[in-house]
Ligand binder design. Structure first.
Ligand code: NAI
Length: 297
């Protein structure tokens, strides 16, 4: 299926992420969107959240008129009937981050949706292949990880499960572009995908520095902001996003999935430097090594 065959978009879940993902899809202007949740009350809250998002991010800043906002909202039909949301060409799931619940919903969607329909998950950390295994169409299951708030954040991680077809991954990338996002492709199952996995390493080092009394949280964040031009330091960002509560359980999962990494120099760095790609002072580094050597292995 090509992007032009996507005529209707379904969103499962009208919570923090689901409602805004539905909004992003509707804002394109050419997709009727069906948004599912467990009750009319939840759906109403979802619609209300979209209204507030519009007001805060767009109407008050003159980027949308009240009339346009209402049109976008009107294109999003709420339903508590799973069959109704399943009658879409591309369905994005954004329900609670619990594997058994996601699997149950994917099984239902698989039974109800037309054969060509692609099912995607907005999971932050769960394994896309495990979610896909609840369906008979693992080749048409893919991760589409939006960042919060989806109405504003440009990044979309598209995640391939082990059996996700190239065509499905490409379709998700193209749809992401259509929705105004900048997709990056996570080519294999990876705990934390790209951004959260990379961030985790940085955040953990920052936490160790505090614990070892090497530096204060404020100085660590200042170093990252002034030294690397990060708009926020890893510690204030985690404070702001409430990342610490999740960090405890997700660290245990990460160690189980990725293994302990302390005490090892990443193999890639050693190989790259020995091959004459040390980076710095105009010398070739990671980008060149990847393009010229690693991508050809
Ligand atoms: P939320 O708590 O705001 O919404 C959860 C949704 O799941 C609600 O629509 C709720 O009705 C539904 N739900 C709850 N129990 C259910 C059940 N038993 N069966 C079916 N639906 C059920 O959660 P949020 O933050 O919107 O997260 C949704 C997904 O998006 C999760 O997978 C999360 O990891 C992911 N995500 C969250 C981000 C965030 O910053 N909050 C960022 C990126 C991804």
């Amino acid at each position: 299926m090509g992007i032009e065959q996507i005529k209707k978009i379904g969103v499962v879940g009208s919570g923090l992420m689901g409602a805004q993902i539905a909004e992003v899809a509707s804002r394109v202007g050419e997709y009727p969107v069906t948004m599912w949740d467990m009750s009319d009350e939840l759906l109403q809250k979802g619609h209300e959240a979209i209204r507030n998002t519009h007001k805060r991010f767009f109407i008050e800043k003159g980027k949308l008129t009240a009339q346009q906002s209402e049109e976008i909202i009107a294109r999003i039909k709420g339903t508590t009937d799973m069959a109704e949301v399943a009658a879409s060409d591309f369905i994005i799931e954004a329900i609670v981050e619990r594997m058994p619940i996601k699997q149950k919903v994917f099984k239902q969607l698989d039974e109800l949706a037309p054969a060509h329909t692609c099912l995607s998950t907005n999971t932050s950390y769960l394994n896309v292949s495990d979610i896909a295994s609840a369906t008979q169409r693992p080749d048409r299951v893919v991760g589409t990880h939006f960042f919060n708030p989806p109405a504003m954040m440009k990044l979309l991680e598209v995640i391939r499960g082990t059996l996700t077809s190239e065509a499905t991954a490409q379709l998700a990338v193209e749809l992401g572009i259509k929705l105004g996002k900048e997709p990056v492709l996570c080519k294999d199952v990876s705990y934390g995908f790209i951004a959260n996995r990379t961030f985790r390493a940085m955040r953990n080092e920052a936490v160790r520095l505090v614990w070892e009394r090497v530096a204060t949280p404020r100085d660590i964040d200042k170093a990252m902001k002034l030294g690397f031009n990060h708009p926020m330091g890893p510690l204030e960002l985690s404070d702001m996003t409430g990342g610490w509560g999740i960090a405890v359980s997700s660290e245990e999962d990460a160690i189980r999935e990725l293994g302990p990494v302390e005490g090892r120099v990443p193999q890639l760095i050693k190989v790259m430097v020995r091959a004459g790609y040390p980076g710095g002072r105009g010398k070739k580094g990671m980008y060149a090594f990847y393009d010229e050597v690693f991508s050809k292995w």
